[in-house]
Ligand binder design. Structure first.
Ligand SMILES: C[C@@]1(CC(=O)O)C2=NC(=C\c3[nH]c(c(CCC(=O)O)c3CC(=O)O)Cc3[nH]c(c(CC(=O)O)c3CCC(=O)O)/C=C3\N/C(=C\2)[C@@H](CCC(=O)O)[C@]3(C)CC(=O)O)/[C@H]1CCC(=O)O
Ligand SMILES: NC(=O)c1ccc[n+]([C@@H]2O[C@H](COP(=O)([O-])OP(=O)(O)OC[C@H]3O[C@@H](n4cnc5c(N)ncnc54)[C@H](O)[C@@H]3O)[C@@H](O)[C@H]2O)c1
Length: 211
């Protein structure tokens, strides 16, 4: 299976993670960065998961998985150390048409977790579709280091605002595209570090010029 990158809104969607070990912790940490409604089912949980639980980011059901647990789930992750339990979770999910990820068996995944580079709304997902996860990780590290500081959380939020301005204030589609590219050229893709105030002034200058 070659995975299609399906960028979706997880807010308000029930994401069940079964298991509370190393792998479950990594999956939970990712889901929490994307505001999923996380439910953990596991008799034991890691320190990392406990911290997320204490800060109200997830609900913990402290026992082994039961088939009825899956009801209402958008997705379920089988990350236990018990292959048989993982397999049962897979069957339950497939029966109900729920997205399922079985951590110890790519053939039993209807979706994969990618390696992720994230800066605010900019999300880069990398996957080898199960062929070589360590390659995804290495590429993620390389991309992370080449996306320089000019694409940070603040800049992404200002870029979004600026685009809205351009879309609302400029009618001609060609001019719109030209301005949007010019903004990037003079901010994100310059070698120099951008100062936020300078960016805002530059943005206004560019807009005025085209009005
Ligand atoms: C990308 C990432 C996302 C994440 O999990 O966060 C992710 N695995 C990561 C790392 C990693 N995983 C493993 C190693 C050790 C080296 C090795 O074994 O290769 C390393 C490297 C390391 O840890 O250094 C072991 C492993 N992984 C899978 C199996 C089962 C199997 O293959 O049978 C086994 C053997 C288990 C065992 O030994 O029993 C299966 C899957 N792992 C996936 C995702 C999905 C495919 C995505 C893709 O192909 O790109 C898929 C199919 C299902 C899924 O989990 O969604 C994350 C990097 C995050 C980052 O960027 O840091
Ligand atoms: N996909 C990946 O990226 C990846 C990477 C490494 C390992 N794995 C696989 O993922 C699985 C989990 O690995 P780990 O290192 O997190 O294991 P772990 O031993 O650290 O954690 C297993 C967890 O499962 C819980 N558990 C056991 N039986 C359960 C049940 N019936 N119901 C609910 N919870 C139960 C345990 O309490 C424990 O918290 C293994 O099968 C491993 O081969 C996957």
């Amino acid at each position: 299976m070659t995975a299609f990158p399906f960028f979706i809104d997880l807010k308000g969607k029930k994401c069940i993670v079964v298991g509370g070990g190393k792998v479950a912790s990594r999956k939970v940490e990712i889901l929490s960065r994307f505001n999923g409604d996380i439910v953990i089912i596991s008799p034991e949980i890691s320190h990392k998961i406990k911290l997320l639980k204490d800060s109200g980011r997830l609900v913990h059901i402290s026992r082994c998985y039961e088939s009825s647990d899956i009801s209402g789930a958008f997705m379920i992750i089988a990350a236990t150390s018990d292959t048989l339990v993982n397999e049962n979770i897979y069957k339950d999910a497939v029966n109900l048409g729920i997205f399922v990820n079985v951590a110890d068996d790519p053939k039993k995944c209807t979706f994969f977790f990618p390696s992720i580079v994230k800066r605010n709304d900019l999300v880069i997902g990398i996957s080898t579709s199960g062929s070589y996860p360590a390659l995804s990780k290495q590429i993620r590290k390389k991309i992370d280091s080449i996306i320089n500081n000019n694409i940070n959380e603040d800049i992404m939020s200002i870029l979004k605002e600026s685009r809205e301005k351009v879309i609302n204030e400029i009618e001609d589609d060609h001019v719109k595209a030209e301005i949007l590219d010019k903004v990037l050229e003079e901010t994100v893709f310059t070698d120099s570090q951008i100062d936020i105030e300078h960016f805002k002034i530059r943005m206004n200058d560019i807009l005025q010029k085209y009005k």
